[in-house]
Write a protein that binds this ligand. Structure first.
Ligand code: AVI
Length: 328
């Protein structure tokens, strides 16, 4: 059967480009201005994020690799010990981390179907290809769509045993109320005994966190600024990229890294597809991203409020990152 399902349009029938234009119009009309980090990931943005994950300052990726490699056997032991299950990987990307678990499951001859979900059709096509080459025995059903569409997939397969992966501290990019709603939504499609393995970046020395979002080579700055380039490319914007700068700041009380694009001058920007000019004062900022950092108590509380209980917490040696296994 066809290994890739494409869920392109939104439930209201509008296309992704329409909603990008709408969201940009709303965000730049607001005071203070904001744009959603979900729009970072076009082809170029995804490539830049791959580069970020390889940066020495961006500890999140290497820490999560360490966690999964060190605990892979124990982790998969918790996954539906008997019978067939679906392993649903939200925001799978190149699935390099998930492949650690996949090869362990294969080694143990476990029966499962792997369901990677990602907004990038190219990423899913490449992943299917690489899995075909590296692990031909693994059954794969890739889904191209947004997270909420993945939840529809969960809905359609409600009766099956499920393990949901949400790795990489992607949850940290939601606002706190959105992350709760998201977890509650996942929970509503799961049955007793189903699991959620959630990757979370933990609170630590603010300087370590700050460096991860303000790297010396400027890849993260380029990743942030690519959002303006994307508006220029896709919506006919005339942002002068040199007149904006990346600025990232960590609030240790809220445990949140906030990223901004700051206008270096008083300027107007016209966006053709919105047919509107947006004014920027000198040093006015557009908020572009939240990256939340958690305490384990906070993660436990979020789980509790969404109907999940912690089964086990897996951490790296420095305790920078945790993969938290929740059960329903
Ligand atoms: C995808 N997400 C978890 C990344 C993060 O750390 O918030 C995105 C990112 N933003 C800047 N660097 C990486």
């Amino acid at each position: 059967s066809q290994p890739i399902v494409i869920l392109q349009s939104k439930p209201d029938g509008t296309s992704m480009t329409d909603s990008f234009a709408q969201d940009v119009a709303i965000g730049l009309n607001q005071t203070p201005k904001s744009l959603s980090s979900r729009y970072f990931y076009d082809g170029k943005g995804s490539e830049l994020f791959q580069q970020i994950m390889a940066l020495p300052e961006y500890y999140l990726t290497s820490c999560e690799f360490e966690v999964l490699i060190a605990h892979k056997q124990e982790i998969v032991n918790y996954f539906a010990a008997e019978g067939f299950f679906h392993l649903i990987d939200l925001g799978a990307g190149d699935a390099l981390k998930t492949k650690i678990l996949l090869s362990q499951l294969q080694k143990e001859q476990r029966k499962f179907e792997y369901v990677p979900v990602d907004i990038s059709g190219d990423a899913m096509a490449q992943l299917c290809q690489s899995l075909q080459e590296e692990m031909p025995a693994v059954n794969v059903q890739a889904v191209v769509g947004e997270y909420f569409q993945a939840l529809e997939w969960l809905q359609a397969n409600k009766a099956e045993q499920k393990v949901v992966l949400f790795l990489g501290s992607n949850i940290g990019n939601f606002k706190l109320d959105e992350s709760l709603a998201f977890l509650q939504s996942i929970r509503s499609f799961l049955n007793p005994g189903d699991k959620l393995l959630l990757g979370v970046d933990l609170r630590k020395d603010p300087d370590t966190i700050l460096a991860a979002y303000n790297d010396a080579t400027g890849v993260t700055a380029e990743f942030n600024i690519n959002l303006l380039r994307r508006i220029n490319r896709e919506l006919g914007g005339d942002f002068n990229i040199n007149r904006f700068r990346h600025y990232a700041v960590y609030n240790p009380q809220e445990g949140v890294m906030k990223s901004y694009l700051v206008s270096k001058a008083h300027q107007d920007v016209y966006i053709k597809d919105i047919d509107k000019t947006f004014h920027f004062d000198a040093w006015e900022a557009i908020h572009t991203e939240y990256s939340h950092k958690y305490s384990l108590q906070q993660v436990e509380e979020m789980g509790k409020q969404s109907g999940f209980a912690i089964e086990q917490v897996f951490q790296d040696k420095r305790q920078y990152f945790a993969d938290v296994l929740f059960t329903v």
